[in-house]
Design a protein around this ligand. Structure first.
Ligand SMILES: [Zn+2]
Length: 414
């Protein structure tokens, strides 16, 4: 039934106003296993990843993550977001150099390969981690970016799909998780009643989001080359994203920069290389809309290679034209539109008590473990905490702002 409905939607999209659009690959999982698979060479050791022209075995991937944390213990650590259905690790490299503790650093999140056979981004993310860590202290621009930004990079969100045939190969990778579920169609739909049962991998991801305050993120896919900005759940004429103008500028910068290095890319869906997701194809349950709506985090879906499973010898070529754009996109977190306020109606949906306060205040309505940041009236960060009871006795009296992933609240200190 679901496939039938999708087909109808596709027909209306294909023959609607925008006839230049091609069917969205994400909407058409191949009926058999991945047919796009090209020559794939695996790296069974970290050393074999040296030229970035192979895909890592699962154990090589884990060893790469371990070695980076050993080599750069003050720059990074690995977050375990969760485990997959088959018990593989869903990891993120969290890069946060030590710096002035009072400096407010917004949190950025990259994530790839939620569709297990869309693996180009997997290697791009590993290469990005390596580039950032080896550049700290030597490349002024990247050092500054890391000093101003907390960066979390999850190279593979659906390891069971990628390593479906076992940990030694990505041949035979599949889109779905081990339970046959499309993870990027099964986040809670923020615009409708929530589906029962969130897949294990997504629940882990949601817990990770709740414990952080990501302001900008991207989810990397393959099967097309286009920047797909929110919303996915609506066409832009039905319901434009509040930051749509900003999104178009950001997408344009991404594509323009990539085309400096290789002019032939990001042309298969639209000539300008970007599109509002729903104008390409309406889907629900994607992570992008969930992040934008529920966490007030501007998330973009990046479709970065026409081949889902890119031949491994082409990985360096893709890195060459994508790397500057991928790095610049992190920096876009410092150009967020004023009050990226995507959920104005929900701002203040947290409650604090008592307010005004004297000695302590309790935050109500926030998932346990969430970050809370307290700002003074001048916008300076006073402190951050994961405790839901804040001790305010030593604060000067005045107006403060409590900022959380679920909204903000004004607090008066007497
Ligand atoms: Zn995909």
């Amino acid at each position: 039934m679901r496939r039938y409905l999708l087909t109808l939607l596709f027909l209306s999209a294909a023959f609607g106003v925008n006839a230049q659009l091609k069917p969205r690959p994400d909407a058409f999982p191949p009926k058999s296993e991945n047919l796009d698979t090209k020559a794939v060479t695996m790296a069974a050791t970290v050393e074999e990843m040296a030229d970035w022209d192979r895909y890592p075995t699962y154990d090589t991937y884990l060893e790469m993550m371990r070695r980076w944390t050993t080599a750069y213990p003050t720059l990074c650590h690995v977050d375990t977001i969760g485990v997959s259905v088959q018990g593989r690790l869903i990891l993120s490299m969290y890069i946060e150099p030590p710096t002035d503790a009072d400096l407010y650093r917004p949190e950025f999140f990259y994530s790839s390969t939620i569709h297990g056979d869309e693996v180009t981004g997997y290697v791009m993310m590993l290469h990005l981690i390596d580039t950032l860590l080896t550049s700290y202290g030597t490349d002024a621009g990247l050092t500054s970016l890391m000093d101003r930004t907390r960066i979390s990079i999850n190279p593979i969100a659906n390891p069971d799909g990628t390593y479906r045939r076992g940990n030694q190969t990505i041949q035979g990778a599949q889109r779905y998780n081990a339970d046959g579920i499309d993870l990027n169609r099964n986040f809670p739909n923020p615009f409708a009643s929530t589906k029962a049962g969130v897949p294990q991998e997504n629940q882990a991801m949601m817990d990770y989001f709740a414990a952080h305050q990501f302001r900008l993120s991207a989810n990397l896919h393959g099967g097309a080359e286009v920047m797909n900005y929110p919303w996915d759940s609506f066409t832009s004429s039905q319901n434009p994203h509040p930051a749509a103008d900003w999104w178009r500028e950001v997408c344009q910068r991404f594509v323009d920069t990539a085309r400096v290095y290789s002019d032939s890319h990001f042309r298969d869906v639209t000539s300008n290389g970007y599109i509002a997701g729903g104008d390409w194809y309406v889907i629900t349950g994607g992570r992008q809309d969930y992040m934008n709506h529920t966490y007030n985090c501007l998330e973009l879906t990046m479709e970065i290679s026409t081949q889902k499973t890119l031949g491994s010898d082409r990985l360096p070529e893709y890195w060459h034209f994508l790397a500057p754009s991928l790095i610049n996109y992190i920096g876009e977190i410092h150009s967020l539109p004023n009050n990226a306020g995507l959920r104005p109606a929900k701002t203040g949906s947290i409650d604090i008590h008592p307010n005004p306060t004297t000695d302590q205040v309790t935050v109500i309505g926030l998932p346990e473990g969430s970050h809370i940041e307290l700002y003074d009236a001048y916008g300076r960060l006073v402190f951050k905490t994961r405790e839901q009871t804040l001790y305010t006795g030593n604060l000067p009296s005045g107006l403060y702002l409590l900022r959380t992933a679920m909204g903000t609240a004004k607090m008066i200190k007497r």
